[in-house]
Design a protein around this ligand. Structure first.
Ligand code: ZN
Length: 285
């Protein structure tokens, strides 16, 4: 397992940790401010959200690399199934391709898929997973041509209605098998998988298929299932054990800190948040 205690070059900031994933939240820093603040602290990469990038993907990607960092990923595809999709099948696929185009223009290798929930007029996750696999299969060549890989992120079952139809790492791997492309892998987010006692078995089958590793913590007394994630070390997830399994599966990439926290971390000075992330990354992750 990698030793981060003296070196945090494997640390990436997901700008959701500054509230940038949702309109109306967070410090409202420009991408340039985020890049400079991360570079000054020796972060290795940044993951942006589409709403921050707009039409400036190439420019922002170049700015990140000029500062000595990587664009570690882009969040995210539209919802591909369930009640929150952006429209009919054609509209979903158009927006899916637009997210791939943005990732390519940013110069990142990884676009995260958050699947969306259960399809209308169906029950349970299986039918929705089939629809999901079909839509991914129809976009994966487009992604490959642009040198973008798709990271399917299973979400905690608390989202298993409107936001996800893939709730375990094993299910994510099953969907990958249904699609059967080396451009499709998984993202492992501790917030979503920390509870799963079958996680080591699933990750043992994920060799070479992990495209992202996301850090935060699950607070024992969480007060909001979406916007009350904890800082690493403040909760009950076994962060070291999970990283061990992820690295045993061959993952050597950046570790991305992604803390949705409307009432706590998003209320603080981002300079302090970025400092504390570095400290926690070195000491508890
Ligand atoms: Zn995540």
């Amino acid at each position: 397992m990698r030793d981060f205690s003296q070196n945090h070059s494997a640390l990436a900031l997901n700008t959701a940790s500054l509230g940038h994933n949702l309109e109306g939240y967070g410090a409202g820093w420009s991408p340039e401010q985020v890049i400079d603040a991360c570079a000054a602290r020796g972060y290795g990469g940044i993951v942006f959200w589409r709403r921050e990038i707009g039409a400036r993907a190439q420019e922002i990607g170049d700015r990140v690399r000029a500062a000595g960092l990587q664009v570690a990923g882009l969040c995210r595809t539209p919802f591909l199934t369930g009640p929150l999709v952006p429209g009919d099948d054609a509209a979903i696929m158009d927006d899916f391709r637009a997210s791939i185009d943005m990732a390519a223009a940013l110069g990142t290798r990884v676009l995260t898929i958050v699947t969306g929930g259960i399809e209308p007029n169906t029950k349970g996750p299986i039918e929705s997973q089939k629809t999901l696999a079909d839509r991914i299969a129809r976009a994966v060549d487009y992604a490959a041509q642009r040198e973008v890989s798709l990271a399917l992120e299973p979400l905690n079952p608390v989202y298993g209605g409107d936001r996800t139809c893939v709730m375990t790492t094993q299910d994510a791997l099953n969907v990958c098998d249904m699609v059967g492309s080396d451009r499709l892998g998984i993202a492992v987010d501790v917030y979503h998988v920390w509870w799963d006692t079958t996680l080591p078995d699933a990750l043992a089958k994920a060799k070479g298929r992990i495209l992202g590793y996301h850090l935060c913590d699950w607070l024992a007394e969480t007060n909001d299932m979406l916007l009350d994630r904890g800082m690493m070390g403040d909760g009950v997830a076994d962060l070291r054990a999970i990283r061990g399994w992820v690295e045993d599966a061959g993952y050597t990439g950046l570790c991305e800190v992604e803390i949705f926290s409307a009432d706590n971390w998003w209320q603080r000075d981002p300079e302090d948040v970025l400092d504390i992330i570095v400290d926690r990354f070195r000491t508890v992750c």
